[in-house]
Ligand binder design. Structure first.
Ligand code: MLT
Length: 261
């Protein structure tokens, strides 16, 4: 197993801790709008996962457990032994890996546009081909092919999509390849979710082309403490497409949680 790396992160606000994990191949700034709202009431930790943003990008296969251990190590250094976790897409896979390796460290889960299923063999092969292409052809093609499926119909020609593509292209090649290879080998998290004894909110985008609302809804149904909500007028990048609605959903969920504690 790879050693943990020291993650770059941003910290905002004070109060009960909330950690927010971005998806592939983004960085912590995608949560800007929601972090602004949540940091009025909570201590918000925004890591760049390994290989992304300003965090180290070692060579290797970034297994989801390894990425989860990086986050757990960061939280430990910050004196946070238990937090509410929010994970978008690959950040959700990392959250589910953390639920597998250290469930006691997670007070509640917000799973955004993500799902617990492993890749099909075709998907694994496509990821490994893309990982190799990043080194032979560069980052342009792989990132360009992704952008079309990230937004609700028509959204891929928006200024937000252009800014996101720019952000994706800043992700180092080692980071793109490491995460693609790590996602290809991730196991099913269905049993982990069925056994999870924590409050959970599953948020899906109405037009998500990567994780359909049906798949997101079924994830909430297998979690004993799970609830599903759909964000209208959004695709996979709902925190960018519908920033206020996404922030309100997470804020209300956390408010309910911490009122009860
Ligand atoms: C993400 O947004 O993190 C990715 O689309 C996840 C994936 O490729 O499975």
């Amino acid at each position: 197993m790879l050693d943990t790396v020291q993650l770059h992160y941003e910290e905002l606000g004070s109060g009960q801790p909330v950690v927010m994990l971005h998806g592939f191949p983004f960085n912590h700034t995608i949560w800007q709008a929601q972090a602004g709202v949540l940091s009025q009431s909570y201590r918000v930790i925004l890591p760049d996962l390994r290989g992304h943003g300003q965090s180290p990008a070692p060579d290797g296969v970034y297994a989801m457990d390894v990425m989860a251990r990086d986050v757990l190590a960061l939280l430990h250094v910050l004196g946070i032994e238990r937090a509410a976790w929010v994970g978008h897409s690959m950040g959700g896979y990392v959250l589910m890996a953390a639920l597998r390796v250290a469930p006691e460290r997670i007070a509640a889960a917000v799973l955004v546009a993500t799902h617990p299923h492993p890749d099909s063999e075709e998907r694994q092969a496509a990821r490994r081909t893309a990982a190799a292409r990043v080194f032979t052809e560069g980052k342009m093609g792989v990132t360009q092919e992704m952008i079309a499926s990230l937004f609700a119909p028509g959204g891929d020609s928006s200024p937000q999509a252009a800014a996101l593509l720019d952000l994706m292209r800043k992700t180092p090649r080692e980071g793109l390849a490491g995460a693609l290879r790590g996602m290809a080998e991730r196991p099913s998290s269905v049993a982990v979710l069925r056994a999870a004894k924590l409050p959970a909110l599953v948020i899906g985008g109405q037009h998500d082309q990567i994780v359909s609302p049906e798949v997101a809804r079924s994830m909430a149904e297998i979690m004993p403490g799970g609830r599903f909500v759909s964000v209208e007028g959004a695709g996979h990048m709902l925190m960018i497409e519908q920033p206020d609605a996404t922030a309100t959903l997470i804020r209300r969920f956390l408010a309910g949680l911490y009122r009860e504690s």
